[in-house]
Design a protein around this ligand. Structure first.
Ligand SMILES: Nc1nc2c(c(=O)[nH]1)N[C@H]1C(S)=C(S)[C@@H](COP(=O)(O)O)O[C@H]1N2
Ligand SMILES: [Mo]
Length: 167
C-alpha cells in the first residue's frame, strides 16, 4: 500500500477515455451531477478479513458506461489512481448494481486514507480490486494488468471462488 496522495478537489479530474465514443474529463462538480445511488455490500480482503454492511454512496459504474459509450471492441477497463496504483476488469464484470465509484461510506465523506475523493467498490472481488483515489478510467481492447496482478495476485480475484493468488 502506497501512502495517500494529496488531492485538491478544485483541480481534481476524472479522465475517462480509451475505446469510447465520448471521452470525458469530469471535474468534481461534474461528477456530483451524475446520478447518485446508495448500495450496501460487504468488503473482503485477500488476507482474510471482511467488513460487513458497508453503505456506499456514489455513481454506478454502469452509468459511466452509458455516458462515454464504449465501442464494441472495448473489452476491458483499467482504473488508474493518483498514487500510481492500477487494477483492471473485464467490462462485463462491472455492470452490476453494486459496482460504484463511491465518495461516501456510512453517511460520511470518504477520508483520504479510504480513497477520497472517489474509490471503486466491487464487492464480488477482493479488496485489492477496489481502487482508491481513482483519477483515470481507460477502456481497452486488451487486458492491462494492475499493480498486484503484475506481482502474482489473481486477476479474477473472485471472493466466492477464493481466487487469491495465481495458481
Ligand atoms: N490507489 C490505490 N488503491 C488501492 C490500493 C493502493 O495501494 N492504492 N490498495 C488496494 C488494497 S491491496 C486493498 S486491501 C484495499 C484497501 O482498502 P481499505 O483500506 O479501504 O480496506 O485498497 C486497494 N486499493
Ligand atoms: Mo490488500
Amino acid at each position: 500500500m502506497r501512502s495517500a496522495p494529496k488531492i485538491n478537489l478544485k483541480t481534481w479530474a476524472l479522465t475517462i477515455d480509451g475505446e469510447v465514443e465520448n471521452p470525458k474529463k469530469l471535474s468534481w462538480n461534474d461528477f456530483l451531477r451524475l446520478s447518485i445511488v446508495e448500495s450496501v455490500s460487504d468488503f473482503h480482503c485477500v488476507e482474510g478479513w471482511s467488513v460487513l454492511d458497508c453503505r456506499w454512496k456514489g455513481v454506478r459504474f454502469r452509468d459511466i458506461v452509458g455516458l462515454v459509450k464504449p465501442l464494441k471492441k472495448a473489452k476491458y477497463v483499467l482504473f488508474e489512481c493518483a498514487d500510481g496504483y492500477a487494477t483492471s476488469f473485464a467490462l462485463e464484470e462491472l455492470l452490476g448494481d453494486d459496482m460504484l465509484l463511491a465518495y461516501e461510506l456510512n453517511g460520511r465523506e470518504l477520508e483520504v486514507g479510504l480513497g477520497s475523493p472517489v474509490r471503486l467498490v466491487v464487492p464480488s472481488k477482493y479488496a485489492y480490486k477496489s481502487a482508491m483515489w481513482v483519477t483515470g478510467i481507460r477502456f481497452t481492447m486488451e487486458k492491462m494488468l494492475g499493480y498486484w496482478e503484475k506481482r502474482g495476485y489473481s486477476d479474477t480475484a473472485d471472493v466466492w471462488k477464493n481466487d487469491r493468488f495465481l495458481r
